[in-house]
Design a protein around this ligand. Structure first.
Ligand SMILES: Nc1nc2c(ncn2[C@@H]2O[C@H](COP(=O)(O)OP(=O)(O)OP(=O)(O)O)[C@@H](O)[C@H]2O)c(=O)[nH]1
Ligand SMILES: [Mg+2]
Length: 442
């Protein structure tokens, strides 16, 4: 997306010279994790279309306030970037706008961090209007404190162009103007988003009224969420061995083996250290998924980083306040799994687990069985006494429920029905008795 006044540094690169030097750090004793994280940064680069020419992994004892890494390392970065002809240096760690400016001056290359790369990937891959608006908003917020590049651009134009020399103070004035423009744009985008959101909320309310149980497939990026949706519903969704293949939620109807209809929602994947502006921006895209009755938390058990990925996902769920939602843990890619011990560890930690291969369509019977059990945990059996005159009013409710018995007594109908819990309020005046219908999912 190129509509912001302040394009990211990546937008400035010519398409034919896209190589990057990746810089990662590790704390003492954590070199393997540092290396895995750098590999993930490389995948993000590939997803974006950048070639990682070299990966530098540096021990980090102490953060330098001015340049993040010490002067020796910065010099090494400069030399390595020159040696490999890199156009951009990408830090896996989050660096402050000030550090970014200082490092750029020293290494004489564009410098970005993981957040900007993720924002760029999102911008490149967003399709729906809402996702585009949200990413634009997140990008502008990110760029706002990093406006120096527009300033140098202006000064370059001034000194070289017909306009004559660069006037001291002009750049600062320009930054103020740019900031104002960006702030106006933020307001405009927020208003537009509100509109889109209203429309989506109406749709969601309609869906909630239909009370079909919903399952959201959530999890770390690239674990196979879209593959599962596709395997179950033949949905035409994008499956790719790339990070963030999915950026918009897709919902499909699916009928379980007991003929229960459900909605399955495919969602955007999570990532370690998800940029804060993106969490805010994606909260509303995920809102629909996060209002789901049950979460299918998908895990790629072939990854060498399983536990880090689970933790990152759980952190995001906590931030989105849905950590306690009913959840089935779906261990995917068992066909590639080498580490049985790790699988056992995960199974021990998360009781409702199932092992599948979404690609080979194995393990689905058990998955669907667990899904049926979880739905029954959401339901409740109630006894109703309804005047026949009210029957039509209740017919929509009954359509979403399972009738266990039905007896006519005088002018009333006595019903024993299993209802979705969210319908309880609506039929409350007619309930004469209820009993919890708890089924142990294990
Ligand atoms: N071997 C194997 N590969 C799988 C399996 N499930 C998915 N994949 C592959 O994993 C890659 C990612 O799959 P997606 O379904 O796009 O993953 P996702 O979780 O939707 O990813 P994002 O949308 O990027 O978050 C693709 O190359 C799939 O073919 C599986 O069970 N076994
Ligand atoms: Mg996907």
């Amino acid at each position: 997306m190129k509509t912001t006044t302040a394009p990211g540094r990546l937008d400035e690169l010519e398409t034919n010279q896209r190589t990057a030097l990746l810089v990662g750090t590790y704390a003492a004793g954590d070199k393997q994790q540092g290396s895995d994280q750098l590999d993930e940064l490389e995948s993000l680069c590939e997803t974006y279309g950048l070639k990682a020419a070299f990966k530098m992994l540096c021990p980090l004892r102490e953060i330098d306030a001015g340049t993040f890494l010490g002067s020796g390392k910065i010099q090494e970065i400069k030399e390595t970037a020159q040696e490999y002809g890199c156009d951009v240096v990408i830090f896996d760690d989050l660096i402050s706008p000030q550090q970014q400016r200082n490092i750029e001056k020293l290494v004489e290359k564009s410098v970005i961090d993981r957040t900007e790369l993720i924002l760029a990937v999102f911008a490149q891959r967003a399709h729906t209007k809402e996702a585009k608006l949200q990413i634009e908003l997140a990008s502008i917020r990110y760029q706002l404190p990093r406006l120096r590049r527009l300033w140098t651009h202006l000064s370059r134009q001034r000194s070289g162009g017909a306009g004559g020399g660069f006037v001291k103070g002009e750049g600062e004035k320009q930054i103020e103007i740019d900031k104002r423009i960006l702030k106006d744009q933020i307001t405009k985008l927020k208003n537009e988003l509100e509109e889109v959101k209203k429309h989506r909320q109406t749709q969601r309310r309609l869906r909630e009224r239909s009370a079909i149980p919903t399952f959201a497939i959530i999890g770390y990026t690239n674990v196979g969420k879209s593959t599962l949706l596709k395997a179950l519903t033949d949905a035409d969704v994008l499956v790719e061995d790339k990070l963030f293949a999915t950026l918009d939620t897709t919902t499909r109807k699916f009928t379980l083996p007991n003929h229960q209809q459900i909605l399955l929602i495919d969602t955007v994947g999570f990532i370690r250290k998800i940029p804060t502006p993106l969490i805010a921006a994606f909260r509303s895209t995920l809102e629909e998924a996060l209002s789901a009755d049950i979460l299918l938390h998908m895990i790629d058990v072939s990854s060498s980083n399983v536990e880090v990925q689970i933790e990152a996902t759980m952190d995001v769920l906590k931030e989105l306040e849905v950590k306690n939602r009913p959840m089935i843990t779906v261990l995917n890619k068992v066909d590639l799994c080498q580490n049985r011990l790790m699988v056992d560890r995960v199974r021990f930690k998360y009781p409702k687990t199932v092992e599948i291969s979404a690609l080979n369509k194995t393990g689905f019977d058990r998955l669907l069985e667990l899904m049926i059990q979880e739905i029954s945990n959401l339901r409740k059996t109630v006894h109703l006494r309804v005047p026949q005159s009210e029957y039509s009013l209740l017919s929509s409710v009954i359509r979403e429920s399972k009738i266990i018995s039905c007896v006519y007594v005088e002018n009333d109908i006595l019903l024993e029905i299993e209802i979705p819990r969210q319908l309880e309020k609506r039929i409350a005046p007619f309930i004469v008795a209820s009993d919890e219908n708890q089924v142990d999912a294990q």
